[in-house]
Design a protein around this ligand. Structure first.
Ligand SMILES: [Zn+2]
Length: 304
């Protein structure tokens, strides 16, 4: 009889322990789910990737003068509109099969607009190659014919070819048909020349509105550091501007139309490398910092 009672008590104790473990496990699962849900919300609400610390103006080439109106408009746009307007589809960016990038180390993206520009672009490519660096070239449609070899060379070197539209118009002022032509004609040509699946876009003057943002089917890339290379045309000034303002995740704006920018690049690539920066494409930085870039979002920088 005594033995039976002891066995009964032990059984009850074991049953209670099992029940306790079960309940503890259940409450932990609930906590996990709660955390996941919260993280999801945070990700959603901070879907804004724009940080316009140093956006001012972007000039095109000399022949193409930009009115005061365009410049002020651009500044307005970058200050006002910092939200994601649509789309959460992650576009996995193009990443080389054997990448030498360390995601935990600082990186920057050099970007060159308005080319390709013959020898200047080739000199920039040489400087990049010397330091195992890569850049993103936002090319304009009217400079593509006859420069197909340069476009291919950019891609072969592991750099990125991106879209700066067919004729450098303010996209916010176009009809749907005009907008589609400005964007798609260049994107298609880049894809056929390089084999790239995605072609990032930088709107001329950084000018977009809700209509443009919802129409574009590729991520929009602005910039965080405007070197004003087109204005100073002074390699030291461009270098010093970057030295004074660079940070991990910065997207640096330059223009390969100018020989002074090719001169600046040579110094810049050396300096950035010595400072410990990895010089990568925008898509690479997007991949390592955000897991890819999204449509409907404007990126001014890609900080950790
Ligand atoms: Zn431009």
């Amino acid at each position: 009889m005594k033995n039976r009672i002891i066995i009964l008590i032990i059984s009850i104790i074991i049953a209670l322990i099992v029940l306790g473990i079960g309940l503890y496990g259940l409450s932990n699962t609930k906590e996990d789910n709660k955390d996941k849900a919260t993280n999801g919300e945070i990700e959603k609400s901070t879907g804004i990737e724009n940080e316009f610390s140093d956006i001012s103006t972007e000039e095109s080439d000399d022949e193409e003068s930009i009115s005061e109106e365009s410049n002020s408009e651009e500044t307005d746009v970058s200050e006002k509109e910092e939200t994601s307007t649509s789309g959460n589809d992650v576009l996995v960016s193009i990443v080389p099969e054997t990448s030498d990038i360390d995601p935990n180390k600082p990186m920057v993206a050099l970007t060159y607009d308005d080319g390709p520009a013959g020898n200047n672009t080739l000199r920039i490519l040489d400087s990049l190659k010397k330091y195992n660096a890569r850049a993103t070239f936002f090319v304009v449609g009217y400079n593509l014919d006859g420069n197909e070899d340069i476009i291919k060379k950019i891609a072969e070197q592991g750099s990125e070819v991106a879209n700066h539209t067919a004729s450098h118009k303010d996209l916010a002022k176009l009809t749907t048909e005009e907008l589609n032509y400005e964007v798609n004609s260049v994107a298609d040509k880049i894809k056929s020349l390089t084999g790239q699946k995605n072609v990032l876009i930088r709107p001329p003057y950084g000018s977009v509105n809700d209509f443009v943002m919802s129409s574009l089917t590729e991520p929009v890339i602005l910039w965080s550091i405007d070197t004003e290379d087109w204005k100073t045309k002074n390699p030291e000034a461009t270098l010093n501007h970057v030295k004074a303002t660079v940070y991990d995740g910065a997207i640096i704006l330059m223009h390969d139309l100018h020989s002074e920018t090719a001169d600046a690049t040579e110094m810049l690539v050396e300096w950035l490398t010595n400072e410990g920066y990895q010089i990568v494409t925008v898509s690479e930085m997007g991949y390592y910092r955000r897991g890819g870039l999204q449509t409907g979002v404007r990126y001014g920088s890609l900080q950790p």
